[in-house]
Ligand binder design. Structure first.
Ligand code: AHR
Length: 643
């Protein structure tokens, strides 16, 4: 099993609210939070907290997938090797007459005809807004090259190039240099000749010491969330702008130098280094179950495939994809998985048909039915998720997406309390309080936490939930070649370092600190503020009174610990009174984990990554009837021992 660092809560030495006083119950005007621990209203779904991911904001290219060379296969632009520079004065062009293979059907021809000791000639790549370099680190550089007339050395390392395509690999070790973010990789010669290049690659040390793959720092942040599933590969990225640009899983497997790559709908090229196998390995590394989204015949510019015979090849492709994931090695695609290096099948329970089809094509019902029938006929054990309401079949689960303001999130924190339990289970496959950029601030975290109390309280119905988007490269936030396409993303990074937003830490708290039983709750005297909702469909809406304290309670059946989560969105300290019925006692000593800020605008950033992080407190004076001071702008998880 792979070893990951887990992120620990900081034990606060002395913060203003680190030791919130516990006292006897006070006057009746104080907010009262009531828990009936004798009344279990449902089970907390073991898969409630998970991740959603797609290629957006340079999530993999220039992100989790650690490749440092940008446009390594020269396919990002058909007419010019963008992101490449020349060293000296060679003639360079994209040459379709010397392909490496049919997938990488172009190469970079470098005619270094006048190279000499004094005037070396070659190529250079500045990566994703600079190549990050750390001291005393080994980097693996590799490339394919060929030449018919050149026999001399190349510097990256001394390698002799010969005719025909060959793969060259070298290790580059940095000295005791300061960490920096603005480097380039150069490959040049001092001997005249013509050389063709393809798949020029550079990887720093990767997670689990793999030669390529995932950035260890980002994997650590994810591991600390203890996610139970990963929804991939989209999102819009699944669908592509056109059918041609969909996530076509078959062209994302096998050796990376045989993957053609494709354009992400978020406006940049993906080499598909992050292909189906890498997604599955990512799941394996973090013990997440895959929630596999399959292309369902609709692309973003409106191109779509009608249900019926035209859709059949896409249905077959989805069945093949499932076979690739779980089929035995004696099947065609299970055998392919084995030859791609993973003979053991991956666990798989959920298949999602398309993405956000609710306002995209009226034919979704028909398309969904065709996929549903084919999947259930062959794999009856799989749960099929619909991305829009359908009438012709009853999906096992329905995926709902919510991107909202802080107030909208809070106003809807009770939306699932009244939902009848007779329909499909719910997967909140994308959600976020969109406040703060590039990553959410404390206001975002407060909206998120209020919303999560609602999902957790209803997790007999809401069986899975995943924040989106997960990642953003913060290297260049504006301008034409910007690294961010969508504001408010959970985790930020540049080439060298990464950080979690306040919302990220709220997720860590919710995901790692909960029981398996939902307890009945009630409340009195919750403070409110007036909020004017925005007009909806051209109609003004009346002002609403918005609650300002949110909470839910779960209990671990084995240990008897009650997890009470409380969100105080007000800017003042709130003295709340907690009453717990249905248990003879609460141990006087417990623990609390608190995330708190001085202002809703406070946030974390690449420069100040740990401005707002949770801290743990020892709490005394607890009973079945106690008071607690909630810090302004705070999220608290109280752990109360019933044994
Ligand atoms: O998360 C960003 C985008 O929002 C997703 O790609 C899409 O599913 C949704 O509209």
């Amino acid at each position: 099993m792979k070893k990951l660092f887990t992120l620990c809560f900081v034990i606060a030495a002395s913060r203003v609210f680190a030791q919130a006083p516990i006292g006897p119950a006070t006057a009746s005007a104080v907010p009262v939070l009531q828990i009936d621990s004798g009344k279990v209203t449902g089970k907390v779904s073991p898969t409630l907290y998970g991740l959603m991911t797609e290629e957006i904001n340079y999530s993999y290219e220039g992100g989790l997938y650690g490749e440092l060379i940008r446009n390594r296969s020269f396919l990002a632009n058909p007419s010019w090797p963008i992101y490449w520079e020349v060293v000296g004065n060679p003639a360079v062009l994209l040459d379709r007459n010397q392909p490496l293979n049919s997938a990488l059907n172009v190469s970079l021809k470098v005619d270094a005809g006048t190279a000499s000791e004094k005037t070396p000639e070659g190529i250079a790549n500045g990566g994703y807004w600079g190549i990050p370099v750390k001291p005393d680190t080994i980097y693996r550089a590799s490339f394919f090259a060929r030449s018919d007339n050149y026999r001399g050395p190349l510097t990256v390392a001394l390698v002799s190039i010969s005719s025909g395509w060959h793969n060259y690999a070298v290790r580059l070790r940095t000295k005791d240099v300061p960490p920096s973010n603005d480097n380039a990789l150069e490959i040049f010669t001092t001997t005249p000749g013509t050389i063709w290049f393809q798949q020029v690659s550079l990887f720093p040390p990767m997670f689990d010491n793999q030669p390529d793959g995932f950035r260890p720092d980002i994997m650590e942040l994810l591991a600390a969330m203890r996610p139970s599933f990963l929804r991939f590969p989209g999102g819009n990225y699944l669908e592509g702008n056109t059918i041609q640009e969909r996530f076509d899983w078959q062209s994302t497997i096998g050796p990376v130098w045989q993957r053609p790559g494709h354009k992400s709908p978020w406006g940049y090229w993906s080499t598909d280094g992050m292909g189906l196998m890498e997604f599955l390995e990512w799941c394996q590394d973090l013990h997440m179950q895959p929630v596999l989204a399959i292309y369902a015949g609709y692309s973003l510019d409106g191109q779509h495939v009608a249900p019926g015979p035209e859709l059949e090849p896409y249905v077959q492709s989805a069945l093949d994809e499932i076979q690739y994931v779980i089929g035995s090695t004696s099947t065609k695609w299970g055998g392919q998985r084995a030859s791609d290096g993973h003979p053991a099948p991956f666990p798989l329970r959920y298949i999602e048909v398309g993405n956000e089809d609710y306002n995209r094509s009226s034919e979704y019902d028909g398309r969904f039915a065709q996929f549903y029938d084919a999947i259930k006929a062959k794999y009856p054990e799989l749960q099929v998720i619909a991305t829009a309401p359908v009438k012709s079949r009853t999906p096992d689960v329905i995926d709902e997406h919510y991107y909202r303001s802080q107030e909208d999130m809070e106003a809807n924190a009770f939306q699932y309390d009244q939902r009848p339990r007779t329909g499909p289970k719910v997967f909140v496959g994308e959600w976020a309080t969109r406040v703060g950029s590039p990553t959410p601030n404390m206001a975002g975290a407060l909206g998120d936490a209020a919303w999560m109390t609602g999902m957790e309280r209803n997790s007999d119905l809401v069986v899975m939930a995943s924040y989106a988007p997960l990642f953003v490269n913060v290297s260049r936030l504006t301008g034409q070649d910007r690294s961010m396409q969508w504001t408010t993303d959970l985790i930020g990074y540049d080439g060298l370092t990464s950080y979690g937003s306040p919302s990220y830490y709220a997720q860590v708290m919710f995901s790692t600190l909960h029981g398996d039983e939902i307890l009945a709750t009630d409340s009195q005297n919750i403070p409110t503020r007036e909020w004017q909702p925005r007009p909806f469909q051209g109609r003004t809406r009346p002002p609403e009174q918005l609650r300002q304290i949110f909470f839910d309670a779960t209990r671990d059946n084995q240990s008897g610990i009650i997890y009470l989560k409380v969100v105080n969105e007000t800017g003042t300290t709130q003295n709340v009174h907690v009453q717990i019925a249905g248990t003879p006692m609460i141990q006087p000593e417990g623990k609390a984990v608190v995330l708190q800020a001085n202002s809703p605008d406070d946030t974390n950033s690449i420069e100040q990554p740990r401005n707002i992080v949770p801290h743990m407190e020892e709490v005394r004076g607890l009973s079945t009837d106690f008071s607690r001071l909630l810090a302004p702008y705070s999220i608290t998880v109280l752990m109360l021992r019933t044994k």
